[in-house]
Ligand binder design. Structure first.
Ligand SMILES: [Zn+2]
Length: 355
């Protein structure tokens, strides 16, 4: 276990600090899980329902949201927060057992980075678990959920429909450089925008845009968060593939004054996740584990909006090609189940916490 931990620590910064990535370069496995540890290719009959998990197209994600609204009419309300550069709707749902009664709320999003396909899978799995698994009914007692599985539709569609763009990360905005489009939406938020770990070069995968909140996707999300901010007790944003639970800051090596509260809760969540199959996630501040990255939605949610508990859940990538952004479908049930156990811990804390 010690060796494994060392191996992960040594590769995590390389995964996320890169400025550019040549998708044609030969894939180098970042870390291997030993056979005893790797659960993904074994029989897992107890997960029959989840074994149906797969990557979804943008249309399938939206249909799913509308389907659950129809199916759970009265508890689920779907909504649209705005549109992408190319005009695609950015949708989410609210799950609320008593919509008329104000309650603490948890916000869960995914898909701000186009290539990180596993995040939307986990977001949809969370919806399914909250609505269809009776043993999770307590998680929606006294807690409203806002779940937005796809914040960057254009980039996602691009990465799915154009194989050479599989590793596309940004949105599809035009820039002042004709041949380099796209803004990294997770560098476009207005909290210490332009700081370290973001680029002013449109050809960079971390291009932050011409000014804070220059991108319609980030504006839509920012406005939406502000509209529910009074009730928000927790913000969880799904990324991949560093296999880590991160808390602010991303713009500096410093940590917020209440970092020990965030750290303790994250460790509790990680411990719960590890009980599913033994998978261990790293826990720590963003900058320490994956490097600097100013302008992220997480820093903004804590620093500008004032939400105390803000986490980036970096899902695993494993040893699959393409730098881990495409775990095999056999791995999805386990990844989702592990993530949901962490989300459960965060949700229980959000529900019990006073403003
Ligand atoms: Zn990401």
């Amino acid at each position: 276990m010690y060796l494994l931990a060392v191996a992960i620590v040594s590769v995590v910064p390389a995964l996320c600090q890169e400025e550019t990535y040549n998708y044609q370069q030969e894939y180098q496995p970042t870390y291997h899980l030993n056979d005893a540890y790797n659960p993904f290719f074994k029989e897992t009959p107890q997960y029959k329902e989840e074994e149906k998990l797969q990557y979804s197209s943008f249309e399938q994600i939206n249909h799913y949201l509308l389907d659950v609204e129809r199916l759970y009419n009265g508890t689920v309300k779907s909504f649209e927060i705005g549109h992408s550069v190319e005009g695609r709707p950015i949708r989410g749902i609210r799950i609320s057992k008593n919509p008329g009664v104000r309650k603490p709320a948890l916000l869960l999003d995914a898909g701000i980075h186009a290539r990180e396909w596993v995040g939307p899978v986990v977001a949809q799995y969370a919806i399914q678990q909250l609505l269809a698994n009776a043993s999770n009914a307590n998680l929606t007692d006294g807690l409203d959920w806002y779940i937005l599985p796809m914040l960057n539709p254009d980039g996602y569609v691009f990465s799915m429909e154009h194989p050479p763009a599989r590793l596309w990360r940004k949105n599809k905005a035009q820039t002042f450089v004709n041949y380099c489009g796209g803004v990294d939406l997770n560098r476009n938020f207005d909290y210490v925008w332009g700081g370290p770990g973001s680029s002013d070069d449109p050809c960079s995968t971390n291009y932050r845009g011409p000014y804070p909140f220059s991108e319609p996707e980030a504006v839509a999300f920012g406005r939406f968060v502000l509209s529910i901010a009074q009730d928000l007790r927790m913000y969880l944003t799904l990324h991949s593939a560093a296999q880590a639970i991160l808390y602010p800051w991303g713009y500096t090596n410093l940590v917020p004054p209440d970092w020990q509260d965030l750290d303790a809760l994250a460790k509790k969540a990680e411990a719960a996740m590890s009980l599913v199959n033994g998978t261990r996630y790293h826990v720590g501040p963003t900058t320490k584990l994956v490097g600097l990255g100013a302008g992220g939605s997480d820093d903004w949610a804590k620093g500008a909006v004032g939400i105390k508990y803000v986490y980036t859940l970096e899902l695993p990538g494993l040893f699959y090609p393409e730098k881990g952004f495409h775990p095999p479908t056999e791995a999805l049930p386990i990844i989702a189940r592990e993530a949901f156990e962490g989300i459960r811990v965060f949700a229980e804390h959000a529900r019990n916490r006073r403003p």
